[in-house]
Design a protein around this ligand. Structure first.
Ligand code: BGC
Length: 825
């Protein structure tokens, strides 16, 4: 079956299923607890009489520890109420008839939010509102019978945020997002997304951070801490091994325990340990034969017992249902996920919640298949979330977040996440404002702020490249603008119409065709302008992955544009700058030599054009670094051989045979030359590295590594300092080197220096050794390499570990359900 037929079926079956399940989307109340509960006074203290029985119940008594209050609450709940609480309230604002998000019908407390927990009116327990997503709060900007707007800030996408390598800045972005979540009445943000970029084609890579788990974990922890500092929650997602979109609800990812622990879980582990997210979202896929939402090893043994996670696990939306593929298709009135397996594994809350799930929970509670102990444990976690939520505490949100200040935050973040890939003969910064800039590529006129699907944000505006440059005082060639603007608008309108017809929010975007310009016009511009800019645009979103042709690789119309503009401008001794307004990796090796400079701002959020103009003009010196490898050709990708699983049109099985050799771990160990390596990014200035010092020659329990960075150029700038470690490989095969710490200087003025100190702990030295069920640091020599990219090492030093160290013992987990051995070198 052709992919598009499958997808069509998928959408139809989800649609019909939602109709058939008989969910009454209008039966939900529109308002929740208004906070006007009667008050009880005891010894001069006032308490809310949540159940209005005129008495102070234990759960209403805030002097008691939360667990005692929750015990009392659970005791008071009927079986029906318990079952209702274990699932969500459905998907508000989602019209099952048109399969579109709508402003008609049930909207919930915050229209456009993705769901919520059950409102237990009888006991005065409100719904907890959960809403996407990773690049900012996704809610509806308009509400029925309301003339106000509820726009949220579109921040840079995950990839762009991570490219800053600046945890302090990311923490500030988190605070800005937290402010919007809280002031719009939402309790939990469904983000950040933090799956590993296993393959450049994953349609959701833009939402995620990196091919490296340490960087992923640190960026995630920084944003979670920022968001949660506002007293609202996060949901780090999608846990785990959700590295592709096609058939995401039915694909079985076969991954070795070592690859799981070192690559696919490590980021989550760091985020849990350093930020304690309020919630975590299990993924859609199966892992080694079992849905992640049903895996006790994943959700309890590792997550809670080994890492100490204290929060709640929720499923992804309709997670645990067998894909959309027909036969056992999920969405028939009686179909149901294996609720008992999910709840028993430690997946506390089933989202968005379907009536069939509630019935199954009730049946299984009755028959004893679902034990009271499990139900109480899961309910306790849900109620802990409720108790700490702004909704429970009647937070009077303003619906007026700091949109103005947050626009400034996103502008700065996007500028700092911009990577300068190429800059021959100091093409950039470009400051001459005397002659209009010749701007090519329709995306220049219609910038892409972020990807589609649940990672989208409903922002008030997006500053395009031409608007940004104009705001910075540059003149724009009017003839080109006059041709491109209407063309871009027309193409975009057609694309939106196509997407509307194909599932709306969930329709995966298509690339827009470039405007064909005759050579004469381009030559005229080469005469009249001093420099050309060409923007290459890409968009993607959940539900499907990208393709190699005309997506990873440039399309013929784009290649022509680059060729024609470069030839004409170079013939006049003028330069060409390419701006990559993309969400994921594309091919660069075949065309990069034709242009003079390449700027990679990714999908930079609503202030994108201003952010790019800041870097283009030199107001901001670029300091972003790649968080993933740009291969020379797609076929070089380590997962190329087994991507996208089998059968390719609708994969049900995929083997992660490359094991831990993901991204630079593969390229560097196997000496495969990339187009641009992990950690790479240029600056307008230069830095000198000196004085690399280890705090001791022999490792005991931890070690500090310091290095002095001096700005040796003529412009103020920041430098990302990366620490790679090469460990002895005695009992297992190890990557040549791995990122173990990083830091970023402050803005260094020319001539100024800063010493950066990075810490190594025992876990940084260790690898997971499967047959010993332990993270072990092997005895021997370790090499510390400090540099400005994974291939540009400036200084190195060695230390020894005298004796093997068992850093952590683990429990057996993630047994493979098929046979294969991980790649070795
Ligand atoms: C996505 C999640 C998202 C959820 C709710 C799902 O389709 O995979 O990332 O949070 O929808 O919108």
């Amino acid at each position: 079956m052709k992919n598009h037929t499958i997808k069509k079926l998928a959408k139809i079956s989800l649609l019909s299923a939602l109709v058939l399940t008989g969910i009454s989307w209008n039966t939900h109340p529109n308002k929740i607890n208004t906070g006007k509960d009667p008050i009880i006074t005891v010894n001069g203290l006032t308490f809310k009489d949540l159940n209005k029985n005129g008495k102070l119940d234990l759960y209403e008594d805030y002097r008691l520890p939360v667990n005692e209050r929750i015990k009392d609450l659970i005791k008071k709940m009927t079986a029906d109420e318990k079952a209702s609480m274990l699932i969500g309230i459905g998907m508000p604002g989602f019209d099952p008839v048109t399969f579109k998000f709508t402003t008609e019908g049930f909207q919930g407390k915050v229209p456009g939010a993705a769901g919520g927990t059950y409102e237990l009116k009888r006991l005065g327990i409100p719904t907890v509102v959960v809403s996407d997503g990773p690049a900012g709060l996704r809610i509806n900007p308009k509400r029925n019978n309301d003339s106000n707007y509820y726009y949220a800030t579109a921040f840079p996408v995950g990839t762009s945020l991570a490219s800053t390598w600046n945890t302090e800045l990311i923490n500030n972005v988190g605070k800005a997002i937290g402010n919007e979540v809280k002031e719009y009445g939402v309790d939990v943000l469904l983000g950040p997304g933090m799956n590993i970029h296993r393959n450049p084609l994953c349609g959701r890579n833009f939402e995620y951070y990196s091919e490296d788990p340490l960087l992923t974990g640190k960026i995630s922890a920084a944003i979670v801490n920022g968001i949660q500092s506002y007293g609202v929650g996060t949901s780090i997602k999608h846990y785990a091994a959700n590295n592709q979109e096609r058939n995401r609800m039915g694909v079985n990812a076969h991954v070795s325990e070592r690859a799981m622990r070192e690559i696919y879980l490590r980021g989550f582990e760091i985020s849990v340990k350093e930020a304690q997210p309020w919630t975590i979202m299990s993924s859609y896929n199966l892992l080694n034969g079992t849905y992640t939402s049903q895996r006790k090893d994943l959700l309890t043994t590792v997550l809670r017992n080994e890492w100490g996670f204290k929060g709640l696990v929720m499923t992804d939306w309709f997670g645990g249902y067998n894909g959309f593929s027909g036969e056992n298709g999920p969405f028939t009135p009686n179909s149901v996920s294996n609720v008992t397996a999910q709840l028993s594994a430690g997946n506390d809350l089933l989202m968005p919640g379907l009536p069939s799930q509630k019935q199954a929970i009730l049946d299984n509670m009755k028959s004893g298949k679902l034990s009271a102990a499990v139900v109480n444990k899961d309910l306790t976690r849900i109620l802990e979330l409720v108790m700490r939520s702004p909704s429970m505490n009647n937070y009077k949100y303003s619906d007026k977040p700091n949109l103005k200040e947050n626009a400034e935050v996103t502008r700065q973040a996007a500028a700092e996440g911009t990577i300068l890939l190429k800059n021959d003969k100091n093409t950039l910064p470009f400051s001459s404002k005397s002659v209009p800039l010749a701007i090519f590529g329709l995306t220049s006129y219609d910038f892409i702020s972020g990807g589609t699907g649940s990672g989208d944000v409903n922002e008030a505006y997006t500053i395009s490249l031409i608007e940004g440059l104009t705001n910075s005082g540059f003149a724009i060639d009017k003839e080109l603008e006059g041709m491109y603007k209407p063309y871009a608008a027309d193409q975009k309108a057609k694309e939106l119409e196509r997407r509307e017809k194909n599932g709306g929010l969930l329709a995966t975007p298509k690339r827009l065709l470039e405007l064909e310009l005759n050579k004469e016009i381009i030559e005229n511009k080469a005469n009249s302008s001093e420099i050309a800019l060409i923007t290459i645009g890409r968009n993607a979103g959940e539900g499907d992955d990208r393709k190699v042709e005309e997506d990873f690789n440039l399309a013929a119309d784009e290649v022509n544009l680059i060729n024609n503009v470069s030839e004409a401008f170079h013939a006049k001794g003028k330069k060409v700058v390419v701006v990559l307004n993309i969400g994921g990796v594309i091919e660069t090796a075949s065309w990069k030599d034709k242009v003079d400079a390449i700027l990679l701002p990714w999908q930079p959020g609503q202030e994108g054009g201003n952010s790019v103009a800041d870097v283009f003009s030199g107001k901001v010196t670029p300091s972003g670094k790649l968080t993933m490898t740009f291969p020379v050709k797609y076929e070089d990708t380590p997962s190329f051989k087994n991507w996208i699983g089998t059968p390719a049109e609708n994969p049900t099985s995929v083997n992660y045979e490359e094991g831990v050799y993901v991204g630079y771990r593969y390229y560097n160990t196997f000496d495969v030359k990339p187009s641009y390596e992990f950690g790479y990014g240029l600056s307008y200035t230069t830095f000198d590295y000196s004085d690399l010092k280890l705090s001791e020659p022999t490792f005991a329990n931890k070690m500090s590594v310091s290095v002095t960075i001096k700005n040796t150029g003529k412009t103020a700038g920041k430098e990302v300092v990366q620490l790679y470690l090469s460990a002895p490989s005695k009992s297992i095969d190890k990557p040549k080197e791995e990122l173990k710490a990083f830091g970023k200087t402050r803005l260094l003025q020319p001539g100024e220096s800063q010493t950066i100190t990075l810490e190594l702990n025992a876990k940084n030295l260790a690898s997971f050794i499967p047959n010993k069920n332990a993270w072990i640091a092997e005895a021997g020599k370790y090499k510390v390499s400090v540099g400005s990219s994974s291939l540009d090492i400036k200084k190195s030093a060695e230390f020894t570990l005298a004796q093997e160290k068992i850093v952590e013992k683990t429990n057996p987990a993630f047994a493979l359900d098929v046979k294969f051995t991980d790649l070795k070198h």
